[in-house]
Design a protein around this ligand. Structure first.
Ligand code: IFM
Length: 487
């Protein structure tokens, strides 16, 4: 099955299957590699009514009865808004040299427009300064799904004006922090922000309409292009990209129809927000060309506005999809796909049921690298797993499955680097157990356990101690053998 529908270069595929000398494992991470952890504002900050923060779409949505598990909301989450010094101390104990967090747009512009809110700016400035002081490179994400509710009421992402609002906000943040923060992530998972936001199959905050989804996808592309230009106008040395959520797509059968469906889905899921930035057009072969511009509300001049000569490519990777040809199933004209996560034995799935498929990280990175011109540095901006291990009687969290997960993915990354992929950093999702959207607090992705019932107590899991060893040795320790015991 390897490579089905993926069109990897033959040399990479053959090398991919070659045995490596065990002593070489982990030795290819370049000096200065970014070993990081990632979080996002709504998932960890809490303090939703503090210091003038406005309402976000997720505040409104999570308070709608019946939508999240146990009626969970991000009202308190990990209370990181108040406890950030404690979380910074955890980052220091982890020994990471990079931290990806997101800025809550409603803390900066409570209504999504107008002058920035001083306290919001101060909060992120304090965090950035403290990170730099600790020699931890900040990687802020401008948008991790928490659009101000006021903008949703004005039409949300399908409204073209939202792109302008967003680039104003990007400009505010660039001016506030650009003297200290060199690298920026514009959107977290633009596909998820619009796909889960608007597609009928998903029940997430913005509505369930395929046409709205397409319009939203185009406005997000406009916003990405305009925010990129806004950051560069502040200082051309600022580096920016987005964190694209990508998965290798495999045909569900050997039929030609399923092969073609997998390819269409790859373009729609993996390239829809990259090709416009890099080439000013949408990937071909997904939506019939005669309908594309009308469905997207693509206007004259948009081919310039969506463009962004991305400085690097951020990739979030979790698992792979299998895709079946299914006319009309998606609601998107011409897409005709029915995708499924890979099925796997229980021991090869995370506690959310997602298949653990480490080689997919190599496959999709290689493919995206090739399809984006083969020049740009790559960062794994998210990778991790939900395993819900709790503290034992001795208080220790023995999450050996997470160690296995991270180890196998990092070994794959090491191999990709050895084979020539310019990977410059890896951000584990997540630093903390946190508010996992519709799953509420039931899916624990953290390297650090958070006891939500007992004063937000943080406990470094075994995986945190293991990751600290890997990071401290730039990959030389921890990746070689089977899952190692914790501290
Ligand atoms: O928690 C999310 C994150 O917000 C975006 N990427 C996937 C993670 C796990 O579902």
């Amino acid at each position: 099955m390897l490579g089905a529908g993926l069109a990897l270069p033959a040399s990479w595929l053959s090398r991919c299957t070659m045995a490596r000398i065990p002593s070489e494992v982990g030795r290819h991470f370049p000096p200065g590699f970014h070993w990081g952890a990632a979080t996002s504002a709504y998932q960890i900050e809490g303090a939703v009514h503090i210091d003038g923060r406005g309402e976000s779409v997720w505040d409104r949505f999570s308070h709608t009865p019946g939508v999240t598990k146990d009626g969970a909301t991000g009202d308190v989450a990990c209370d990181s808004y108040h406890r950030w010094p404690e979380d910074l101390a955890l980052l220091k104990r982890l020994g990471v040299n990079a931290y990806r967090f997101s800025i809550a747009w409603p803390r900066i512009q409570p209504q999504g427009a107008g002058a920035p809110h001083r306290r919001g700016l101060e909060y992120y400035a304090r965090l950035v300064d403290a990170l730099l002081e600790a020699d931890i490179q900040p990687l802020p994400t401008l948008y991790h799904w928490d659009i101000p509710q006021a903008l949703i009421e004005a039409g949300g992402w399908p409204n073209r004006d939202t792109a302008r609002r967003f680039s104003d906000y990007a400009s505010i943040m660039g001016r506030a922090l650009g003297d200290r923060v060199r690298r920026w992530v514009i959107f977290n998972e633009p596909k998820a922000a619009t796909g889960y936001g608007y597609l009928p199959q998903h029940r997430e905050p913005c509505g369930t309409d395929a046409l709205q989804h397409l319009r939203a996808s185009h406005v997000i592309n406009l916003a990405q292009g305009q925010a990129f230009a806004a950051l560069k106008a502040i200082d051309p040395r600022l580096q920016a990209s987005s964190a694209f959520d990508v998965s290798p797509m495999f045909p569900a059968s050997d039929s030609e129809l399923d092969h073609a469906a997998a390819e269409r889905f790859h373009r729609f899921q993996n390239l829809w927000y990259l090709t416009p930035a890099l080439e000013g057009r949408y990937p071909s072969g997904v939506i019939p060309p005669e309908r594309l511009h009308q469905l997207l509300d693509f206007r004259e001049g948009d081919e310039q506005d969506v463009r962004a000569d991305l400085d690097f490519i951020g990739l979030n990777y979790y698992s792979r999809f299998f895709v079946r040809h299914a006319p009309l199933a998606s609601g998107i004209p011409g897409l005709d796909v029915d995708p499924h996560w890979g099925a796997a034995a229980a021991e090869n799935r995370t506690d959310l049921g997602w298949e653990v498929y480490p080689q997919g990280l190599y496959e999709i990175m290689a493919r995206i690298h090739r399809e984006t011109g083969g020049q740009r540095p790559l960062y794994v901006t998210e990778n991790g797993a939900a395993y819900n291990d709790a503290p034992g009687p001795d208080g220790r969290v023995r999450d050996s499955r997470r160690i296995d997960y991270l180890r196998t993915h990092l070994r794959t990354l090491d191999r990709a680097i050895a084979d020539g992929l310019p990977v410059r950093g890896y951000y584990c999702w997540s630093l903390l157990d946190n508010f996992e959207w519709l799953q509420g607090y039931r899916a624990r992705f953290g390297l650090v356990y958070v006891d939500f019932d007992h004063e937000q107590r943080r406990v470094m899991k075994d995986s945190a101690a293991w990751y600290a060893r890997v990071a401290a040795s730039n990959g030389r320790h921890g990746l070689g053998g089977p899952a190692e015991p914790g501290p």
